[in-house]
Design a protein around this ligand. Structure first.
Ligand code: TRP
Length: 339
């Protein structure tokens, strides 16, 4: 297939930390498998990261490279996928301004993802309304600009992102209605495991929750974390019968122990399996699974100039595409005065 006939994918991540296995099964794996079939863009969303971390720019900067390393290590191929930095594409910022007229403040406040995040902020810092900045409340608008800037057809993300993509679709419909058919309305694609639970049983795996296994964790770190995973509380002695449904170790065996899981669950139910041995087996399987990923990461860590070049070239390529979209948008909005 000709490159220009391929459908377009856009996804992105905030550079606020390394990626974990939740990201891997929620989105990264899908991105790797689709990069042949689609024209794929992956955005390092530094501008979006700053909406939450405007007072910590160093953290954002450091994590840009970490993200590129994570992408390359899981098998994102820079010859097939364009990796770029959001802040370097000024058309995204321009589009954000144009789209901000098409969204009401109350609609943003009702966005379920934004709502949850505001609630979390209030729990952490008290009822201080000043924490909700204009930029933070508006980040779904900026995300709509990310996606539409590349006329993306498909956005593979985890479940938590659904309300943001819905918001994008609304903006696209409104834009096309007012200014004429210009933008593509994107579809969501959920990973096989839309949301991976944390080692502690929390429904979300996250940095701040301390319940995540990172793609770059050492074998020792992985083992230590797995040994602390939550198991069925009713199982006290090694030969007590237990319910794998109530055990996070079993939950992860489901993913990492394809060949052994049937036997593992039977033994667990029959009280023939101690938790310590069970955890060790899981840790070993996770370590084996992540080994090739970490080896690839090591190669790129040793060759930082290659990583820099990939990001630079990707950003250049993304910029060309963004300019094409901007031309159409400005024409539709009747603000294409002169070149
Ligand atoms: N909001 C996403 C997250 O927090 C990151 C992101 C930014 C994104 N722009 C995007 C995801 C565009 C998909 C499409 O992980």
């Amino acid at each position: 297939m000709e490159n220009n006939k391929k459908k377009v994918i856009l996804t992105g991540d905030r550079p606020t930390g390394r990626l974990h296995i939740g990201h891997y099964f929620g989105s990264l794996k899908t991105r790797v498998s689709l990069q042949d079939e689609y024209e794929q863009y992956i955005e390092i969303a530094d501008v979006q990261a700053l909406t939450d971390n405007f007072n910590n720019p160093q953290k954002v900067r450091e994590n840009v490279k970490e993200l590129v390393l994570d992408y390359l290590s899981v098998g994102i191929d820079p010859n097939k996928t364009t990796i770029f930095v959001q802040s370097m594409i000024k058309e995204i910022a321009e589009l954000t301004v144009f789209y901000s007229n098409l969204v009401t403040v109350s609609r943003l406040e009702r966005n379920p993802t934004v709502k949850t995040e505001i609630k979390q902020k209030k729990e952490l810092f008290g009822e201080d309304g000043t924490l909700v900045t204009y930029g933070f409340l508006g980040y779904p608008v900026s995300q709509a600009a990310d996606i539409t800037c590349f006329n993306a057809n498909l956005v593979p993300v985890g479940e938590d992102q659904l309300p943001l993509i819905e918001q994008t679709r609304e903006i696209v419909r409104k834009f096309n209605n007012i200014y004429g058919e210009t933008l593509v309305e994107p579809e969501v694609m959920l990973g096989k495991v839309p949301r991976l639970k944390g080692l502690d049983g929390n429904t979300k795996m996250g940095k701040s929750l301390g319940n995540a296994i990172y793609l770059s964790d050492s074998d020792e770190e992985i083992t230590k974390k797995v040994m602390k995973a939550v198991t069925d509380k009713n199982k006290i002695r090694k030969d007590d019968k237990a319910d794998p449904e109530k055990c996070m170790v079993a939950y992860y065996h489901n993913i990492f122990s394809e060949d052994e899981k049937k036997c593992i669950f039977e033994e667990c139910r029959a009280g023939k399996r101690g938790c310590v041995a069970c955890k060790k087996q899981l840790a070993k399987n996770i370590c084996n699974y992540l080994r090739p990923i970490k080896e690839k990461r090591k190669y790129y860590e040793k060759n930082p100039q290659i990583v820099d070049e990939i990001l630079k070239q990707g950003t250049k390529k993304a910029s060309i595409k963004a300019k094409e979209t901007m031309k159409l948008v400005k024409k539709a909005m009747k603000i294409d005065y002169f070149e």
